[in-house]
Design a protein around this ligand. Structure first.
Ligand code: SF4
Ligand code: SF4
Length: 362
């Protein structure tokens, strides 16, 4: 088995390793017993969320997508960055980015799009000045993803360069095959370490064609073409119409695995307090409001434009990263039925309409 992992890590064709559902549950239990924190899809209020696992029997295997992404494991909703305390005439400041131990965690059951999302988020937070909070969490996180045997009308990973069996960002990728068995792909040293700790639970078996077990999801647009089209679309009047329904509630940003807007808040008084980093959204009017009262993005249409342009044009151009993994969560969560996939599919038509309107006005 050791040789097999070494070969897979060198990129040589991998022999096939499998684990049964029963052994997978034993494997998950062993992760908890080893002292690591295990997160996996579980039911809460009839919806599926990534939650800490106490009892492996509560792990859900058959689902399309969780409501929220697992990005909190790298980038929590609220993070203490520093604390200050005035004692005996002296101000003591604790920099929370230093010297703090981060728990070893395993994320189980993330979809391939989420593993790519975590990787993108970590790379984004490495730009300019590397963010030690995110980096530390990523170093101690092992991602065991599950390929997609099913999808819904909101999924579009194949249009953003990924796919239902994509291994990018995962340490281990499992693919459900027949008879409640899973094909195991061990992709990194972290993944190898985790699997080898319980290697007797894994078996070798006949070679299979993984593609046969994946959901079929047609590519409906090309993100590279979208980036090209958006580069000339900043002043297109269509953004007004496209955003008419948007309530600016921020739900799309909160469920997105890649959205990374945050705000820094100071809480406390002159003697004691904390500096906190809190999730925010470029869809909120307050996000860009200056102290002077000026707001460079004063309308919902300028904020919607920013959201789409940032993900599909600015991020690829500035960081060689794509701000969307096609998970479809924003469309599922939107109370106003804004649908990113539909909008991107119809972008040619939408932009052309805007251009014609400008011409008619001239
Ligand atoms: S979830 Fe929908 S309504 Fe809310 S900010 Fe996003 S696009 Fe607008
Ligand atoms: S923008 Fe929407 S589809 Fe894309 S990654 Fe974020 S939540 Fe998923």
């Amino acid at each position: 088995m050791k040789k097999q992992y070494e070969r897979s890590l060198k990129g040589v064709k991998q022999e096939m390793t499998f684990i049964t559902r029963d052994n997978l549950l034993v494997f998950l239990r062993s992760i908890i017993d080893s002292g690591k924190e295990l997160y996996a899809p579980q039911l809460r209020a009839e919806k599926i969320f990534f939650l800490p696992v106490k009892d492996v029997s509560s792990v859900v295997f058959d689902y399309v997508q969780t409501v929220e992404s697992p990005k909190e494991l790298l980038f929590p909703k609220v993070e203490r960055m520093l604390s200050y305390h005035y004692v005996d005439g002296k101000m003591n400041v604790t920099d929370c980015s230093r010297g703090q131990k981060t728990a070893d965690r395993v994320l189980f059951g993330s979809r391939p799009c989420d593993a790519i999302g975590l990787k993108t988020l970590a790379e984004f937070f490495r730009q300019d000045i590397p963010d030690t909070f995110v980096q530390r969490r990523q170093d101690s996180l092992t991602v065991v993803s599950m390929s997609c045997a099913g999808s819904d009308e909101n999924c579009f990973c194949t249009s953003v360069g990924a796919g239902p069996g994509d291994s990018t960002g995962s340490d281990v990728l499992l693919t459900p095959v027949r008879d409640k068995r899973y094909l195991v792909e061990c992709l990194t040293e972290k993944g190898k370490f985790l699997v080898e700790s319980e290697k007797e639970l894994f078996d070798e078996g006949e070679e299979i064609n993984k593609e046969e077990y994946l959901t079929k999801l047609l590519q409906t647009f090309s993100h590279k073409e979208i980036a090209g089209k958006l580069s000339g679309a900043f002043n297109n009047p269509i953004w007004d119409e496209a955003s008419l329904r948007c309530l600016g509630c921020g739900a799309c940003a909160y469920v997105c695995p890649v959205c990374s807007c945050f705000d820094i808040q100071d809480e406390g008084n002159s003697r004691k307090g904390d500096r906190l980093r809190c999730w925010d959204s470029c869809g909120f009017a307050l996000f860009t409001l200056h102290t002077s009262g000026h707001n460079p993005r004063p309308t919902q249409s300028t904020r919607w434009r920013q959201r789409v342009m940032h993900k599909f044009s600015y991020m690829p151009e500035r960081y060689n990263l794509l701000g969307c993994v096609g998970c479809g969560r924003c469309s599922r969560a939107c109370p106003a039925d804004m649908n990113l996939k539909e909008e991107l599919n119809a972008l040619d038509h939408i932009l052309e309409e805007g251009r014609q309107r400008v011409e008619e006005r001239q």
